[in-house]
Write a protein that binds this ligand. Structure first.
Ligand code: CS2
Length: 482
């Protein structure tokens, strides 16, 4: 794949409908993983046909893999849209790919480039190093950045280093847009940036507070990780090798709050919804899509399922997640205007059932320590405050605990920033529900105040016991009865 091979691609493959050479970089993006390349970069690809000033400089914070794959292709890659009739499209919006630890000067040059007015992020929940209401200054990467703020390694370290340099040069700041699955992602990122900046330079923190916009956003599109089947399918359809194609479902949504103080891309021309109610949307999405996704992941893996669509073909699992969505989660939500809960729930279930998508449950099971608090535990805290039931949602939490215990016993890996602690607790499990649950509830950063709520503890212990040995039969029985 390269600019030279574009004209020879089959006619059915969509390619950039604008002159790539005439585009200018206007966005720096941290974390160009598959989700960014299948979602925001595609909206930007549409955008460039209207305004050439918003091409992307994609910056990886750790690994050189994306740069090494995409740079030889001049940033081009294929997106496969999965559906009854899959379609392929070459995306051209990424014009530069950098690996921050190896190319510090190039990253900083982009951050201070006056043409760059927007910095976006998809660094996953753990990449923010958040504390309850700011930054986790005890996190090893953050404490290192606080000692050497000119040579950052964290995303927030980079954001602040760039803003500091802009301020010193008398340049206007960029807008910072989080595109991760966190409730109030803009607000949380803003508080973390300010917390960090105050520890580095109080004057800078005041300037950021007064001048930098941190719009909230809600992002949505199911994006299974790239696998060999996709690479082979793309190579045979295109007749050329693509080092790193990506795939996603056809559906995508992006809702963004209008807090762009340095001008913003003409997003509304390409289907991005500009809304003042993002918080309602992102909470609804996290709770009604991501929470059932995580529920399917843990409970599905325990019952021997491999993918989301497979799990949805099991009436016990599909029925359980529909019940939690309608009866347990929905009542806790303050719905945004225009949000039709029945249609939303129906559409999510349909998307999960999509047989054209092999979305591995093991992919969704990653990072449970970061995902459960935003996806499930907040709902449980709200339900408790409203006097609602939490017994079924407790089965989701218990499913995660059994999953961790299972991995620990099998000596298997756990992809989670807290894997060492989790596996230690999992290995110490005896099968006694009160004992095992207590071990996990000691994880303050995951359970917070819920760990000392007697109703939560009782529900968690009961649910853990209901899942028995965590084997397929016990789990299926518990879900059928719930
Ligand atoms: C999934 C999400 O991997 C996961 O945890 O729940 O990536 C989900 O597919 C997206 O948020 C859908 O927009």
């Amino acid at each position: 794949m390269s600019p030279a091979t574009l004209p020879g691609l089959p006619a059915s493959v969509q390619r950039p409908g604008y002159d790539r050479d005439a585009t200018r970089i206007g966005i720096v993006h941290f974390g160009p993983g598959a989700f960014h390349r299948a979602h925001q970069a595609v909206y930007v690809d549409d955008l460039l046909a209207h305004d050439p000033g918003w091409a992307v400089c994609a910056v990886s914070l750790r690994s050189p893999d994306v740069r090494d794959a995409l740079q030889p292709q001049d940033g081009l890659y294929t997106l496969a849209l999965l559906g009854e009739r899959p379609s392929l499209r070459v995306i051209g919006s990424i014009r530069e790919v950098l690996c921050a630890p190896q190319q510090r000067r190039a990253v900083m040059s982009r951050l201070v480039d006056p043409d760059v007015r927007l910095v976006t992020l998809t660094i996953t929940e753990k990449g923010y190093c958040l504390s309850a209401d700011g930054i986790d200054a005890a996190h090893p990467d953050v404490s290192r950045d606080l000692v050497q703020p000119e040579q950052p390694i964290t995303a927030i370290g980079w954001l602040v280093a760039g803003l500091r340099e802009r301020r010193e040069r008398g340049l206007a700041p960029y807008t910072v847009l989080s595109c991760d699955n966190l409730a109030d992602n803009g607000g949380r990122l803003r508080r973390a940036v300010l917390d960090y900046a105050r520890r580095v330079d109080r004057g800078l923190a005041g300037w950021i507070e007064d001048h930098v916009g941190f719009p909230r956003s809600m992002v949505d599109s199911i994006t299974p990780a790239t696998d060999d089947a996709l690479r082979a399918q793309v190579a045979s359809a295109l007749g050329v090798e693509d080092a790193w194609p990506v795939q996603r479902e056809a559906y995508a949504q992006w809702v963004v709050e209008d807090d762009f103080r340095a001008g913003r891309p003409p997003f509304e021309r390409v289907g991005v919804v500009i809304s003042s109610e993002v918080e309602g949307w992102d909470r609804a999405k996290l709770r009604l899509l991501n929470a059932p996704h995580s529920a399917l992941a843990y409970l599905g893996l325990l019952t021997g399922m491999g993918t989301v669509a497979e799990a949805m073909r099991e009436p016990v699992l599909a029925g359980f997640i529909e019940r939690i969505m309608r009866e347990d989660i929905l009542p806790t939500l303050a719905l945004p205007v225009g949000f039709d809960p029945d249609a939303y729930i129906g559409a999510v279930l349909e998307r999960f059932r999509n047989p054209a998508i092999a979305h591995l449950l093991s992919q969704i099971a990653w990072d449970g320590s970061q995902k459960l608090p935003v996806r499930v535990l907040g709902t449980m805290a709200d339900a408790l405050a409203q006097g609602g039931r939490i017994d079924r949602l407790a089965l989701v939490v218990a499913g995660w605990l059994h999953f961790v215990v299972r991995q620990a016993r099998a000596g298997a890996e756990l992809s989670d920033p807290m894997s060492a602690q989790l596996l230690r607790i999992g290995a110490a499990a005896t099968g006694d529900a009160a004992h095992d649950v207590a071990g996990f509830l000691a994880l303050e950063s995951v359970f917070g105040a819920l760990a000392t709520d007697a109703r939560f503890v009782a529900a968690a212990v009961e649910a853990y016991a209901a899942l028995g040995d965590g084997g397929p039969a016990a789990v299926a029985r518990a879900l059928a009865a719930a």
